[in-house]
Design a binder for this molecule. Sequence first.
Ligand code: G4P
Length: 526
Amino acid sequence: MKLEEELQKRRTFAIISHPDAGKTTLTEKFLLFGGAIQTAGSVKSNKIKNHAASDFMEIERQRGISVATSVMGFTYNGFHINLLDTPGHKDFAEDTYRTLTAVDSVILVVDCVKGVEEQTERLMQVCRMRNTPVIIFVNKLDRSGKDPFDLLDELEEKLQIRVRPLSWPINMGSDFKGVYNLYRQRLDLFNANKTQLEKEVISLASLETPELDELLGRDADQIREDAELIEGVYEPFNVEQYLEGKLAPVFFGSAINNFGVKELLDTFIEVAPYPGDKPTTQRVIQANEEAFSGFVFKIHANLDPRHRDRIAFLRVCSGRFQRNKFYHHVRLGKSFRFSNPYTFLGNEKSVTEDALPGEVVGLYDTSNFKIGDTLTEGENFMFTGIPSFSPEIFRELVNTNPLKTKQLEKGIRQLTDEGVAQLFYKQPGNRKIIGTVGELQFDVIKFRLEQEYGASCEFYPMQLYKACWITSSNKQKLKDFIERKSAFIAYDKDERPVFLAETASALTWTKDIYPDIEFHFISEYN
Ligand code: G4P
């Protein structure tokens, strides 16, 4: 098969949600449809149930699970689908944001009882930044949730995206009768069943057919009314607008009962984008170019402390990645080849000879990779758009075992290369400031520094509101600002200056007083 034809049969996506909305359950149902797993319950939830700071084994267990389920590949109706896992816990949100750079689209799961939750809003912000196409699955219809029209309004308002329902629920909770597929004009009647995969779907010529009254009784008129209202209020589904990330089709269902899931999957493979163009520092790379290229979006340390190697997850963006072929590591300007690259099927991994765009390969790494690194066949470009967010919690890292200073230095650099947290250096004294998005990362760092590097540290609290990267088109003004504000300046690992704002108002004043300086809340790795 030609590369272009192969590409059209590929879908690389992530399921995202606020914890507990049903991401794991939906993932599992997809894998069951794809035949990649045989029994329900085989996908382990990678969520940290409670904030158990002392429960380090839990952190380790989670790391184990997330290595195993980082990428799940399956085939469905001739399509090769790669589902990239994202951690649900908000303290690991950065990991999720970076994974979103490696997918072509997402399915967002919303709980019909809770509606749009905080984490959903933040995840959606990242999708909007990149114009990632989004399909929304409203889950748990077997519970009494919010009115579906109100839910659609809430989705539009809080997620700042236009929506278009493609299926519609007939009641909810104990009264839930099923969904009407507005896209294919089919009626799917609900029977609670957690194990059955295929079920009977009734095709109706139109909603006017008397068959509908026989099937639904007095609810038939309600669905007719609702459908009319939907057609009146919402424009017809426009695939182009979905692909541009401006319009989100909405499905309703119940993942645990495997209800509405097939409709979702069938429409997903039909409309979701296949691997396409990707921007780089030099030019736009087309997926169907001959030459291989790809970038690292995630790094995982080996769980076995005797082996210090790590696994770098590389998304193939163009050409064909091949085992044992030399590739150019752009940042280091060196060539590398990989004798045991692996790809993923279900929740198993196996060594692969080659991989095509959209696929993710796991590469054994001896600390040569950082997040955002690009491999090519020789060209010097870097993929762009892998975000690093301004952290929210700051602590100073203090070495408590001077005999292990070297180990600590190495450990903290490697852990921050993996993206566990961000590291800033502050003068005088080269003080190390660790910035994270969640408290849990400090526990992870302390624990892993001890376990993997034999180093020990303490964290001292710091009163900081934000660390913003600073730039200016006027080099002299930037230099002056850095000198004047030296007490509030630190440098990130790539020696880019950051301004440490102690409070929100301090940041606002500083911005007002120094209009030539630009303050950035998101920095890109490249
Ligand atoms: P997450 O990955 O987004 O965090 O959510 P997950 O799939 O783990 O689902 C969270 C909880 O919601 C689970 O219950 C799951 O069984 C339940 N759930 C998922 N889909 C549906 C649905 O369609 N209807 C209803 N009523 N519940 C649903 P749990 O009690 O937290 O876990 P478990 O012990 O059942 O695994």
